[in-house]
Design a protein around this ligand. Structure first.
Ligand SMILES: NC(=O)c1ccc[n+]([C@@H]2O[C@H](COP(=O)([O-])OP(=O)(O)OC[C@H]3O[C@@H](n4cnc5c(N)ncnc54)[C@H](OP(=O)(O)O)[C@@H]3O)[C@@H](O)[C@H]2O)c1
Length: 308
């Protein structure tokens, strides 16, 4: 009988392993690509921006001394996923490790979030991840070998205002990965979720254009390199999930044990937030529940300008 644990252990040495990373053109995905390349892996980089992917691939080749591959793909496009994974199978080979990092957020109050943005976020953060994982997991089952690492978020453990849809997508990633782990463990396949807290990447330029959300969490921000190192250190181990930085894991446990207290603390941190929807519909009477008092904010584009 094959020793499945020792097969997984082989992945602790990444030399010449094929590692596919989505969202590799920037941030956590890019830092992870550099980290696995430093450890000798053959990287397969996936994202939409081909130019950036090629630059990352060049750098990876310098780090690893091995080939690196770039494939432009919108992970919200299920047909394109099929075609790209077929191409990768033929041009590169069977993937040993997949790291699903492609994703984006839109830090808006729930009532202000555009349905199209909601659908797009689910297509990229959840469905794209599920479709890619499903195909590669099937190949790993045949080999009795492989690792799947999905980037979720601390947002799925400790919910905060202005992140309802994003939190919903990342909670879906956690739930999907938890079941996948149970199903794939008998085949010796690792399934790990990574829950980063705020990370200094392009993420906030996309998700939080007024900088308000980042201002609330700036003190907790870590580098993408730290996330990448912690993530890559799990490869070859049956690690359930990691949280970066670690203290957010303790905070998440505290939140789930004492949710009312947790909501109070979050309320203090995010005080003075008022949905644009409420301000506009109330006209000269802003929703004061969270301390928002400046009625003139209803005339501005910025829903978060109420004084503290
Ligand atoms: N930064 C944080 O504070 C933080 C915290 C917790 C979790 N996360 C999660 O970590 C992951 C990486 O985020 P990041 O912080 O590294 O942000 P980032 O620098 O903005 O990187 C996002 C990556 O996702 C790719 N991407 C976005 N939409 C895509 C699509 N439709 N198809 C293919 N690729 C797509 C982007 O590449 P292209 O634009 O080239 O497609 C980029 O490579 C995301 O899942 C994010 O939700 C981030």
């Amino acid at each position: 009988m094959m020793n499945l644990s020792s097969r997984l252990k082989e992945l602790r040495d990444l030399k010449n392993r094929i590692v596919l990373i989505t969202g590799a053109s920037s941030g956590i995905g890019q830092a992870t690509a550099f980290e696995v390349a430093r450890r000798g892996a053959i990287v397969v980089l996936v994202a939409r921006n081909e130019l950036k992917l090629n630059q990352v691939a060049q750098q990876c080749m310098l780090y690893s001394g091995r080939p690196a591959f770039a494939f432009a793909l919108d992970v919200a496009d299920a047909d394109a996923i099929d075609k790209t994974l077929t191409k990768i199978r033929h041009e590169v080979g069977a993937v040993d490790v997949v790291i699903n990092a492609a994703g984006f957020g839109d830090m808006e109050p729930a009532v202000d979030t555009d349905p199209e943005v909601t659908e797009r976020m689910f297509s990229v953060n959840v469905l794209g991840l599920i479709y890619i994982t499903r195909q590669l997991a099937g190949e790993m089952i045949d080999k009795h070998y492989g690792a799947i690492i999905n980037i979720a978020s601390v947002a799925a453990k400790i919910p905060t205002p202005k992140a309802a849809v994003y939190t919903a997508t990342k909670t879906a990633v956690l739930g999907y990965s938890d079941v996948l782990r149970q199903e794939l463990r008998p085949f010796g396949i690792q399934v790990t979720t990574v829950n980063p807290g705020p990370v200094a990447t392009n993420f906030f330029n996309v998700a939080d254009q007024d900088g308000d959300y980042l201002a609330r969490v700036a003190n907790f921000t870590v580098t993408p390199q730290l996330v990448a190192e912690r993530l890559v250190d799990t490869i070859g181990y049956h690690v359930r999930e990691i949280t970066v930085p670690r203290y957010f894991a303790a905070a998440a446990v505290a939140y789930h044990l004492f949710p009312t207290m947790g909501d109070f603390v979050i309320d203090q941190l995010f005080k003075s937030r008022t949905p644009k929807h409420v301000e506009l519909s109330n006209g000269d009477q802003s929703d004061d529940e969270n301390g928002a008092e400046d009625n003139s904010a209803a005339d501005t584009d910025d829903p978060t300008e109420a004084p503290e």
